[in-house]
Design a protein around this ligand. Sequence first.
Ligand code: G3I
Length: 304
Amino acid sequence: GTTLGASAAESGRYFGTAVANYKLSDATYSGILDREFNMITPENEMKWDATEPSQGSFNYSSADAIVAHANAHNQRMRGHALAWYSQQPPWAQGMEGTALRNAMVNHITNVATHYKGKIYAWDVVNEAFADGGGGGRRDSNLQRTGNDWIEVAFKTARAADPGAKLCYNDYNTDGVNAKSTGVYNMVKDFKARGVPIDCVGFQSHINSGSPLPSDYQANLQRFADLGVDVQITELDIQGSGTAQANSYATVVKSCLAVARCTGITVWGIRDSDSWRSGDTPLLFDNNGNKKAAYTSALNALNSG
Ligand code: G3I
């Protein structure tokens, strides 16, 4: 193939990007988006603070605009994210206990129902595990409602949109480590008990402080072996030139080597679109030109 999306599709995979709705009117941005990518994750527009700014009052205008764009350009959607400790609306941030649990369930039901049939995969729960060596849950208002909050979230999402793949998504879980093993044990338990989970997302925000782990592929494979799909969901790699290009190729080849790795999403289009633009972590430069990392990723897709 001659584009990322077409090349990924040759092995039944997708190549996606995070999209910010307010950038769709930028012709350079949308030109690259529609040429190269066949999966879209809204960067912020489907989060709790965006979709339920006051309790029980839902606003889907920005997210709907992205879905409409995707429909018009043969792109599928990853939904992000139904339940997360961060980017909660102020009214939810101060809640606890049964009231918060009920608010979470109502939120998931409403959002997943609004987008029923339109989402390939949902990040049902995002970033629920703690960093460091403990392998346990992250403390949050949601966690304090009871350890079963994650499985309740998944069951609620399944009831609302039975056709969507339901994913757990996290960062610093890209290699075999205490955090990823904590997630692994949760997924194993969910599969054993019949809690609905279909996929695990590996954000893969790679920087010099947490470089690409040598066991990246092996980690994807051990999750796939539990009977879930795996996806690279927010890829960006700090750096430039050959080193960055090689890291992108390694990520692509690792996904292609794992049968249940169904696709790769980068977290933005141009370096200037990145949440950490100073790291120049993406595939296109600030002017929209293809970087060495782009060519390397494309070649890796086509050599699979
Ligand atoms: O919308 C407001 C705007 O009204 C206001 O004027 C402006 C002033 O700061 O802020 C705008 O909101 C910002 C929002 O992005 C939209 O641009 C928030 O401050 C800012 O915090 C928010 O950052 C997002 C971040 O998640 C929040 O946690 C990034 O764009 C987004 O790339 C980032 O994405 C996360 C994934 O969801 C989860 N994994 C990690 C990843 C990177 O942090």
